[in-house]
Design a protein around this ligand. Sequence first.
Ligand code: PCA
Length: 199
Amino acid sequence: MILLTGFEPFGGDAHNPSSVISRSLDGTVLAGVRVRSAVLPVDGARVGPELERQLAGDVRAVVMLGLARGRHQVALERVAVNRAEYRIPDNAGRTRSGEALFPGGPDAIFSSLPLERILEAWRSAALPGYVSESAGLYLCNQAFYSVRHLRPNLPAGFIHLPSDETLALHGREPFVPLEWQRQSVAVALGELARFLTED
Ligand code: PCA
C-alpha cells in the first residue's frame, strides 16, 4: 500500500488542495498497489504521532502533499532539513524559531522517491513540474523529515502543490487548476507503483 497524505487547511485558508487531492485518490489501485489517504494536522506537536499511527502496518511507500502558495508549478521536493522555523503559527498557535526537529539527527535527508522517473512521467503526460531544492521550514518539511528519519528504508518524499483556482480567486497569485494538480499526483503515484513492483 502507498500512503498518500495531505494537510488540513491552515493560515486562514478555507481549504487545502493537498487534502482534497489525497482524499480523492483514496482506494485507487495502480500497478497492483493500493493507495490509502490520510489528512495530517497542521500542528507541530500532533503531526509526528499521527504519521507514526499512519505508518503502522503494510506501508510500502509514502507520498506527502502540501500547499505552497506562490509556486507556479507542482514540485517534487529533493531534500528535508532538520530544522523548524515557523513563518506563521501552526493551527494550535505554536511557533518554532530555528530548533532541530530531531536533535542529533542528520542536518538534511534526501527524498527516496524516484524523482527523475516521476519528472519524466510528468513530461510524457504534458504535465509541468520540477524538482525543488527547499521544502521550507514549516510543517511540510517537518512531516517530510520525520518520515525519512523514522523510516529510512522506506521510499518516501514530498510534493508541494501551488494554489488552485479557488484559492487564487481573491488575489493575483499563480495557480494551477485542481484537476491538473490531481492528474500530476496520480501520474507520480502510478510511476512510484511501477517502481515498487519492478523486478
Ligand atoms: N503547507 C505547509 C504546511 C501545510 C501545507 O499544506 C508547508 O508548506 O509547510
